[in-house]
Unconditional design. Structure first.
Length: 345
């Protein structure tokens, strides 16, 4: 896919209209699931296109065909091996025992050096697409920084990122920033429906209005309301031991359920203030019931605990222990305040 997403076309035209005095490095960033990587790729295609239409890639010329086929000589994609495997561009079979790298390694940056000295096709741009920029390890980031300090001619670096604050500040300072907004809900809904996503409105809300995330979750067959959230809302405020919830959590990936509970926690905080849920509008009544009975301090403590788990979620030491502990922590924090319920305004 080398076209801009529908909501990206207007900002893309504005951006590409300045291509004559283009910065040599751009940091394209936005919330996860809003299409910054797609924007960068479509941007590369538009810069390389031989007969752009209204600034955007025509999709038909030789350059556009090369980009689509993934073999344009003036386009390089620098991403972790794990990402290349997901794209089907790299075989895992080589050494099945070894996990593909989640990092962008220095060799990948170094391998660009000879490329900078080759002539470009018809004297056009050379585009290095690097995503996600957070995957650059420190050594690779420094190597890239060195290149950007004396940028090669006719070369544009497009870095895509979700969290620029996690990048090397000196690297960020070498890039022009191009922030992408969360697309308007109506446009995202139209796009999701065109993509055949069922229950698009609930999906989009559950994904925090990030349309690509909503589509990904639909394609993975994830329920809009994950089973653990459903169980949790059923058991909240009751005297159970949380065993069923612990089982459900253990059957899933910590990275998934921590994320889901963080979203539900925001909905509960909103509910405690009498506001409608942001992520699960269809569950407004259940969320409000739980939210009205709970202790805000306990809710805040568990929010902190969830944030800590977020960092550890990829490497749980003992999944069963974590699931048991999580179920207890989550349910305890929504036990109604019994004696002397504090009057909350
Ligand atoms: Zn073209």
């Amino acid at each position: 896919m080398t076209d801009f997403l529908p909501w990206q076309q207007t900002p893309a035209r504005r951006w590409l209209a300045t291509r004559e005095r283009f910065a040599h490095a751009w940091l394209i960033h936005g919330r996860p699931g809003c299409g910054q990587m797609e924007f960068a790729l479509a941007g590369a295609a538009s810069l390389l296109c031989e007969s752009p239409r209204d600034g955007l890639a025509c999709g038909e010329c030789q350059a556009c065909r090369w980009v689509k086929a993934g073999n344009h000589p003036d386009l390089r994609r620098i991403r972790p091996d794990a990402q290349a495997v997901r794209e089907g561009a790299l075989d895992v079979a080589e050494d099945a025992k070894k996990q593909p790298s989640r990092e962008i390694r220095i060799e990948q940056i170094r391998s660009l050096l000879p490329w900078f000295n080759t002539a470009t096709h018809r004297g056009g741009w050379r585009v290095a697409l690097l995503y996600p920029a957070e995957a650059l390890n420190t050594i690779a980031a420094n190597a890239l920084l060195k290149i950007l300090e004396e940028p090669p001619e006719h070369t544009v670096f497009l870095l895509s990122a979700q969290a620029p604050d996690r990048l090397l500040p000196t690297l960020v300072s070498r890039c022009r920033r191009l922030p992408l907004a969360v697309p308007p809900v109506a446009e995202s809904l139209a796009w999701l429906e065109a993509q055949g996503v069922k229950d698009a409105a609930a999906r989009l809300a559950a994904a925090g209005d990030a349309p690509l995330l909503a589509r990904e979750q639909a394609q993975e067959g994830r329920p809009v309301m994950p089973a653990w959230l459903d169980l949790f809302l059923d058991q909240a405020g009751r005297d159970g031991d949380g065993a069923a919830l612990a089982d459900a959590l253990q059957a899933g990936q910590p990275a998934d359920w921590v994320d889901d509970f963080q979203r539900l926690w925001l909905d509960l905080s909103l509910g405690a203030h009498g506001l409608p849920p942001r992520y699960h509008p269809a569950q407004a009544a259940r969320i409000a019931t739980v939210a009205q009975a709970l202790d805000p301090a306990a809710l805040a403590r568990t929010a902190d605990w969830l944030r800590d788990q977020r960092r550890l979620a990829h490497h749980p030491l003992n999944p069963k222990l974590l699931a048991d502990h999580a179920a207890r922590t989550l349910l305890q924090s929504v036990r109604p305040v019994r004696a002397d319920p504090k009057g909350r305004a």
